[in-house]
Design a protein. Structure first.
Length: 711
């Protein structure tokens, strides 16, 4: 059982659900991202135009089909107004970009390359606005590379603008008017995923409780894997709900209902962290048996509510009430665990009532959902990121700088498929090395596997109609799997590209197409990875130091709110804000640590090794503070001096100040574990000061000598 739990903790994560092992690239498949309806809609959007072209044989229709296909890449879902802005802008800008570069190409490399690089910089820098803008910028780079294949006359340029806009707007019309997705569905699906993640956390915690003896490594892996993923899911759902409220300029009942469900899930999440800490801190058999029974009863309820939210179905609250009441029964022998269970049950009951036929339909307003003015929405992000300290600006500069020689070489060679090199370089490159390395591996592997499959399919597709049919099927599969994994998506996309090239440019062998695409993909991936290490690199130990400082400050605020704030409504608001800030800060720290561990030589940097210890310690400090937040009666009221020392020490560690003197008093039973964790953190980050304090006669903790976060 213990070996199984460790193997589970070290499992490979995905982009949407990071794993516990920070050293492993998150390349796992996330089957929750399968969207069959989106795949069918995308295939229909450009498949109809391709079939029309087979019938009438008018080449500009192929431009329209390509535009419809590319517009589907830009559509990541979300609020209707945001999607309409992005898709309309892409439809118009894409046609103008294609036509403009086609007219400029006869002027030669001295004109074309600088203009193209400036446009690539703008497309890469667009990521500062939103994920939708980032997707549109990436696809516009594809349009740019295709546009440089051949020059255009003014008449051809005019037709290109019109047909590209027609294709993009046709896909937009299909997605938002004829075949529109439910506007609330993405937000409610994200909330349902949070409840599913809570059920998984609950189930994994139950398995840990069932271990024959305590396993600290297993608990650390559980905390890092599940807490990071659930917190990320909560913030994703919160962003989607608030974006929906802003786009509609009002807070509807269903939007407020989704927010209440999310708030209930977030409070359950906090209480489950406290339950895990209770089990880990005092692993006596009686408490473990009570906790196991409680978790076993709780998990099915979380799954039931998650399914009701996802499928938008009503729950029979009368039948469910017996199970809800039974969850917290029999826990009176452990008052702290019983109190936490009552809090969880109360939030579960709210989640169930919101899914009942006569459930509460809230109204009102969202304090965070106000409409953003245009300056804040568009100009603000551009100004905030216009500094070399910004990874987004460095990424845009790097992309345009590396694209310049690649463009010059491919335009001079003027082969039929040379634009794939520039596409691969720019689209593989990411702001951070670890993300670029992962993208290169997935793109190269997916291209090779997909290319082989495409060559086989092209061999058996002997007529244009058969090729069009296979293109439609591959489009359904590819777009449906877009959110599962980038590597899987590229594997499905490459056969589609092979067949499209054979259909649009007959005369090329399918094996020639596969070989050229694979060769340019490998070369472009290597260039992208190398450029991240050479041009304006972001050294991850520096990022780790900055994120650790932020995490220390966030936990100092959390400790202040839990240990020293006076009771009242203001304290509750401060607790909610500080809990969220501490969780997000730890997620950011672990993301920086994961990137550092995957960067050459950075993984063995002493500061990174120290930060790994500090991260695990902060997780335990956060969990203990969460217990005291939900069960303040567990803290000894006479331990005021130790409360002050804990908050002052955490604040000093994050603010380059000397550590306060450690009290020479008994800290009491309630704060013993918290004090020992703060001691370990101080010994890890300030070993010199701790040794000096020990030499002066003060109590000094032991810890690995490593890192100062303020160097």
């Amino acid at each position: 059982m213990r070996a199984w739990s460790r193997q589970r903790a070290a499992g490979r994560g995905s982009l949407n659900r990071p794993g516990a092992d920070l050293r492993r690239l998150p390349t796992g498949l996330d089957l929750r991202g399968l969207r069959l309806v989106e795949g069918v809609r995308a295939a229909f959007a450009f498949g109809v135009v391709i079939l029309l072209n087979i019938w009438v044989q008018w080449p500009p229709l192929l431009t329209m089909a390509l535009a419809a296909n590319l517009a589907c890449f830009c559509d990541n879902g979300g609020p209707m107004r945001a999607r309409l802005r992005v898709l309309t802008a892409f439809s118009l800008l894409g046609g103008l970009l294609w036509a403009g570069l086609g007219l400029l190409k006869p002027l030669g490399l001295p004109v074309v390359v600088p203009v193209a690089c400036a446009l690539i910089f703008a497309c890469a820098y667009a990521r500062v606005w939103s994920v939708q803008a980032q997707s549109a910028g990436n696809v516009l780079v594809v349009v740019l590379c295709i546009a440089l294949d051949r020059p255009l006359t003014p008449e051809q340029a005019g037709i290109t603008v019109l047909m590209f806009a027609a294709g993009g707007l046709w896909a937009t019309f299909l997605a938002l008017v004829i075949w529109r997705l439910h506007p609330y569905r993405p937000a409610h699906r994200a909330v349902a995923e949070v409840w599913h993640d809570l059920a998984r956390l609950c189930g994994d915690l139950e398995r840990l409780v069932a271990l024959p003896e305590p396993d600290n490594a297993a608990f650390d892996g559980h905390a890092r894997g599940h807490r990071r993923g659930v917190r990320a899911g909560i913030e994703t759902a919160r962003t989607m709900i608030l974006d929906l409220a802003r786009s509609r300029e009002r807070v509807s009942d269903r939007t407020a209902q989704a927010l209440l469900r999310l708030e209930s899930a977030e409070q359950i999440f906090s209480a489950l962290i406290a339950v895990g800490e209770l089990i880990d801190s005092r692993p006596d058999p009686h408490r473990r048996a009570l906790a196991k029974t409680f978790l076993r009863r709780l998990r099915p309820l979380l799954v039931t509510i998650a399914r009701a939210i996802r499928d938008d179905v009503d729950l029979d609250l009368a039948r469910l009430e017996h199970s809800i009441t039974r969850v917290a029964e029999g826990l009176s022998a452990d008052p702290i665990l019983a109190g936490l269970a009552d809090r969880i049950v109360g939030r579960v009951r709210i989640g169930a009532k919101l899914s009942a036929p006569e459930g509460y339909r809230p109204g009102g307003t969202l304090t965070e959902g106000g409409r953003l003015d245009r300056w804040t929405r568009y100009v603000g992000p551009l100004q905030q990121n216009f500094t070399l300290a910004s990874p987004n600006l460095r990424h845009a500069l790097r992309a345009s700088a590396v694209a310049a020689p690649a463009l010059a070489a491919t335009l001079s060679y003027a082969g039929a498929f040379t634009h794939w090199l520039v596409m691969t370089v720019v689209l593989t490159m990411q702001p951070f090395y670890a993300a670029t390395w992962q993208r290169a591996l997935e793109r190269i592997g997916g291209t090779v596997l997909g290319g082989l499959a495409g060559a086989v399919l092209a061999y058996y597709a002997t007529t244009p109609l058969m090729e069009a049919g296979l293109i439609l099927v591959l489009s359904v599969v590819g777009f449906a799997a877009r959110q599962i994994s980038y590597g899987f998506f590229v594997t499905c996309l490459t056969p589609l590209v092979v067949l499209l090239v054979e259909l649009l440019e007959p005369g090329h062998s399918s094996w020639e197409i596969v070989a050229m695409r694979a060769g340019f993909t490998v070369l472009g991936g290597l260039i992208a990875v190398a450029s991240c290490l050479v041009l304006w690199p972001i050294w991850e130990p520096d990022q780790v130091r900055q994120e650790l400082r932020r995490a220390l400050k966030a936990h100092a605020d959390f400790a202040e709110a839990v240990l020293r704030a006076a009771p009242g409504p203001e304290r509750e608001a401060a607790l909610l804000a500080s809990t969220r800030a501490a969780g997000l800060a730890l997620n950011d720290l672990e993301a920086a640590l994961s990137r550092a561990l995957q960067q050459p030589r950075a993984g063995h940097h002493p500061e990174v090794e120290s930060a790994l210890v500090a991260d695990a310690t902060l997780r335990r400090i956060s969990a203990r503070l969460t217990v005291l937040r939900h069960a303040p009666e567990a803290a000894d009221p006479k331990a005021g001096i130790w409360r002050d020392w804990i908050t002052a020490t955490l604040a000093a560690l994050g603010a380059d100040r000397p550590l306060p003197a450690r009290p020479d008093l008994n800290q009491g039973q309630s704060l013993t574990r918290l004090v020992s964790q703060v001691d370990l953190l101080a010994g890890t980050l300030r070993p010199g000061q701790i040794r000096a304090a020990a030499a002066a006669g003060m109590a000094a903790p032991s810890g690995p000598p490593t890192m100062s976060v303020t160097r």
